[in-house]
Design a protein around this ligand. Structure first.
Ligand SMILES: [Ca+2]
Ligand SMILES: [Ca+2]
Length: 341
């Protein structure tokens, strides 16, 4: 059959050359920028796509719910793209790249099928716009990154460290050096960021430093007293600047909660920052025992709710450079629900 023949060809893991012009596209989804890459340079295996997204300050997109899934299908023009999940750590047990279990899914009928026992990575727009399929992890496809749009909003809350002299490194080594110290290579978004960085660091000497320039997609750039420039030779050893970012982008899944008595309630709180902040729920300033804490997030879990659970719930995110908190305005019972059967 033609279909199975095609499958066998795919399993050879050859480079699939799409007879389509290269494309890039960008869309905004809430606080996130979705960036679609699909030209012959950007057809990569999913692992390389993850690396590429992280170099751009984000991650391979994880469409955990329908709205985001629709937005990803849209930004990628309905073309096959890698998404950040798979079952490589346990056959049939699908996880997102951030380690969360996949609770919502949008598989094409008959998928995932782990064809010939070789399919542990995921693509979208397979056989239908927004539909998922499992594929071998060595297939080269386009991809979509999700990048927090305000990664640099906390610029004023960042702390910078300059590494000079013996630390001189290539752009890539500098990036790795910062990441190993749970910071990031200083990320500039625009000319104003650049001016305040220069002022903050008192850079006056004619010296260049490696930085990341968000304006041109987190590419290898350098900064000096004279301005920012993109440099062709990213391997040239130069001093560099690492950045730590106070928690930002603190998000609570439900701020005004309405529930019926007796039900269970889960409220997610997450925050970004560099290093990734610790996130904790408090009720009336006391640590809440019933919460599931993970890297950069915590889920408040209240079972069988009754009036004793009322209180001021606050989610706090902290890392070594700062903190941020947000209230959940208690919750209220749905009107009349206590009288219902
Ligand atoms: Ca599999
Ligand atoms: Ca499949």
């Amino acid at each position: 059959m033609q279909y199975s023949l095609m499958k066998s060809v795919l399993l050879l893991c050859s480079v699939l050359t799409l007879a389509l012009a290269g494309l890039e596209n960008t869309a905004k989804f809430g606080d996130t920028i979705l960036k679609y890459y699909d030209n012959h340079h950007d057809l990569v295996i999913p692992f390389a796509a993850s690396v590429s997204c992280s170099q751009k300050g984000g991650e391979l997109v994880m469409p955990k719910h329908k709205n985001l899934n629709d937005a990803v299908a849209q930004v990628s023009y309905g073309r096959r793209v890698s998404i950040g999940g798979g079952d490589m750590f346990g056959e049939g047990s699908y996880e997102w790249n951030d380690g969360h279990r996949q609770e919502w899914s949008n598989w094409l009928t008959g998928e995932p099928n782990d064809y010939q026992g070789q399919e542990d990575c995921m693509v979208m727009n397979a056989g239908g716009k927004g539909k998922w399929n499992d594929i071998p992890c060595c297939h080269r496809v386009g991809y979509v990154c999700q990048i927090p749009s305000d990664r640099s909003v906390a610029y004023e809350n960042s702390e910078f460290t300059i590494y000079t002299g013996n630390s001189a490194s290539s752009y890539f080594q500098a990036k790795q050096f910062c990441e190993e110290r749970r910071s990031r290579l200083a990320s500039l978004k625009n000319g104003n960021d650049f001016k305040s960085l220069i002022a903050k660091l008192n850079i006056t000497a004619v010296m260049r430093f490696w930085i990341d320039n968000m304006e041109v997609g987190y590419s290898c750039s350098s900064v000096s007293h004279n301005g920012v420039s993109s440099i062709d030779n990213c391997l040239k050893p130069m001093p560099f600047i690492c950045e730590e970012v106070a928690p930002l982008d603190l998000y609570i899944s439900e701020e005004q909660v309405k529930v019926e008595p007796g039900v269970d309630l889960r409220v997610d709180c997450s925050a970004s920052g560099v290093p990734i902040p610790k996130v904790t729920w408090y009720r009336d300033d006391i640590y809440v025992r019933h919460q599931k804490r993970e890297v950069g997030r915590s889920t408040l879990v209240l079972k069988d709710i009754n009036s004793e659970d009322f209180g001021m719930y606050v989610c706090k995110a902290t890392n070594k450079v700062g903190g941020k908190s947000r209230n959940m305005e208690g919750y209220s019972f749905i009107e009349g629900s206590e009288n219902q059967n």
